[in-house]
Design a protein around this ligand. Sequence first.
Ligand code: TZP
Ligand code: MG
Length: 216
Amino acid sequence: MSRISSARMKELLRVYFVMGSANCVKAPEDTLQAALTGGVTLFQFREKGTGCREGAERIELARRLQKLCREHNVPFIVNDDVDLALEIDADGVHVGQDDEEAGMVRQRIGNRLLGISAHTIEEAVKAYEQGADYIGVGPIYPTRSKDDAEAVQGPGIIKAMREANIMLPIVGIGGITAANSREVVEAGADGVAVISAISYAEDVADSVRQLHNFKA
Ligand code: TZP
Ligand code: MG
């Protein structure tokens, strides 16, 4: 398999669900199943925070969630952990600026999907050079889902990246809901990455459907 095309990557970013067991009210499997039914286009396994699974339990959970994604033809991305991604043959990896050096990650994962978090135009340019298939930009709005999040930037950072000719697929993240997703996309993002507006929704599938509404 060759590297993903930019056009296909942009489609996959449309409603990107990011989740670990710490983000779920019900069993993570049930939450993901409902989100897949609602139509998420990409999934990231982000097993972090209080009470998160470790060791064999973590790997088993990853495999169960990966199986659900496969049944819905939705690519399965692993946050931070290249070893886990390779062990379970995940579809890709997402790394932040403080994780394993992204150029090295690209070498290790071959043509699998590579997402890199970028907070500035400089980081976006570097992510391109390191071989990113997409960049995650945020937090766009205040979030309670990431303790060490950088400063809130608003959709303006995405607009600034597009004005600086950053052509990479971009997904906005941080505090995004159905009520504000349109402005993120209007700023130049190809989609929205969401934890709590999906995982804590009373009706998970419906929350995903509503998040799709940023485009007519
Ligand atoms: N990176 C930047 S903000 C964030 C991550 C992982 C958390 C997003 O979660 P939520 O609940 O959608 O604000
Ligand atoms: Mg990270």
